[in-house]
Design a protein around this ligand. Structure first.
Ligand SMILES: NC(=[NH2+])NCCC[C@H](N)C(=O)O
Length: 390
């Protein structure tokens, strides 16, 4: 499982920038780190190997030409185009220890910090536009920039500017880290294709079936293209595209729906909408095309594609609309399944957690005062790279 411990990038959030950077508040970093360490310890205690994104990136950038290429691409993608500025900043970056450079690329570069190197005066601008390269505070949601599906990976194209560079870290890890490089991982989606899709919408239900959200972050056409790639090159033969409301509280499918067991799911009552939502079942056609059928009843569709006669859909907040809204906002629906029937959740969602237990689910609660301010839960904060059959 790949995680990212919250770091200095969170210290670069301000009231003026936070909504653009997709935060609703500024977490208190030392407490967020403690909470995150507790999350990592919970995973390890339960048999999951934890790798950290920054370590993987540092290990991938061992050779100087790759380090330089990476620094340059990061700068370009952050919008720095002027060749002279690029050259000076690339020099500034690659002279650092790789670890320090990676931390800085995540934290963002303030104008004031490099003014001297560039021979520029930024003081006046610094207040409203402090960054030459903006911070990446959403990095601790490792679920989103890439998704391992079967024997391959989708390197996602993120919707908002503040998250676009995140998948570049994963691209370098896949291409240059010895652990992945050697394996010749198939790419189901390439980030530079630019068609929007994010990992919070990509739910692997088993070795044949995926559910993909059509959401604020994932376009319907991208879902079809991904389905086509998967049908052509993997064991997947069924993709269900599920349309969800486009808003910040429910930016991804996994904020309203997660899999817990072969026949158990968390679900926010709103997305069932009494069997009246837009969803599509996709299967491979005889000539490599994607055949798509429009449906409206998620429960019925899930039963069909998973070959289950009954399913246990566990409603966030135990069906009380007020509790459901409150607990969904703090990621009460966003469970991380460690094994069938065993999940990690935020402790603050006590109504939903109690209900999960009543349904026989084993629940590991983690602390969540600060981590939840970024609008993501345990599933969002983890990127599985190996899944075992159990
Ligand atoms: N898989 C998820 N639901 N991730 C949550 C991401 C939250 C993040 N602040 C964003 O808006 O992008």
């Amino acid at each position: 499982m790949i995680l990212k411990r919250p770091g200095q990038e969170l210290e670069n959030l301000t009231p003026a920038t936070m909504s653009r950077l997709l935060f609703d508040d500024i977490p208190y970093l030392p407490a967020a780190q403690e909470e995150h360490d507790y999350f990592a310890a919970t995973l390890r205690e339960n048999g999951t190997k934890v790798l950290y994104l920054d370590d993987l990136v540092v290990e991938a950038l061992q050779q100087t030409p790759i380090k330089e290429k990476f620094a340059q691409q990061m700068l370009r993608e952050a919008g720095i185009q002027e060749e002279k500025v690029l050259a000076v900043l690339t020099g500034y970056l690659i002279n650092m220890e790789t670890q320090e450079m990676v931390a800085l690329l995540m934290k963002g570069i303030r104008k004031i910090e490099v003014a001297e190197h560039l021979g520029a005066q930024f003081q006046a601008e610094e207040i409203d536009h402090p960054f030459l390269m903006e911070p990446l505070p959403n990095l601790y949601f490792t679920r989103d920039p890439a998704a391992a599906i079967g024997s391959g990976v989708a390197l996602n194209s993120m919707t908002f500017a503040t998250r676009k560079r995140e998948s570049l870290f994963m691209e370098y890890v896949l291409k240059y880290h010895p652990r992945f490089q050697a394996q010749g991982v198939s790419l189901w989606h390439q980030r530079e294709r630019g068609e929007r899709i994010e990992g919070g919408d990509q739910l692997v239900l088993n070795e044949h079936v995926m559910a993909i959200g059509i959401s604020q972050r994932t376009a319907q056409e991208t879902v079809e293209k991904l389905a086509q790639q998967l049908f052509a090159g993997s064991s997947y033969d069924t993709v269900i595209g599920v349309k969800i409301p486009h808003n910040h509280a429910m930016m991804h499918l996994d904020t309203v729906f997660t899999m817990i067991n072969y026949d158990q799911f968390t679900v926010h009552p709103l997305i069932l909408n009494d069997g009246q939502i837009d969803l599509w079942i996709m299967h491979p056609g005889p000539e490599g095309q994607v055949l798509s059928e429009h449906r409206t009843d998620l429960l019925q569709v899930l039963k069909e594609v998973l070959h289950q006669s009954e399913l246990d859909l566990i409603p966030t907040g135990d069906g009380d609309p007020l509790v459901a809204a409150r607990e969904q906002w703090n990621d009460g629906t966003n469970t991380l399944a460690l094994a069938p029937g065993e999940v990690v959740t935020y402790d603050r969602n006590y109504v939903s957690n109690e209900l999960l237990r009543k349904h026989g689910v084993k629940v590991h609660e983690i602390r969540s005062s600060e981590l939840s301010r970024g609008r993501g839960g345990p599933r969002c904060m983890s990127m599985p790279i190996v899944r075992e059959d159990s």
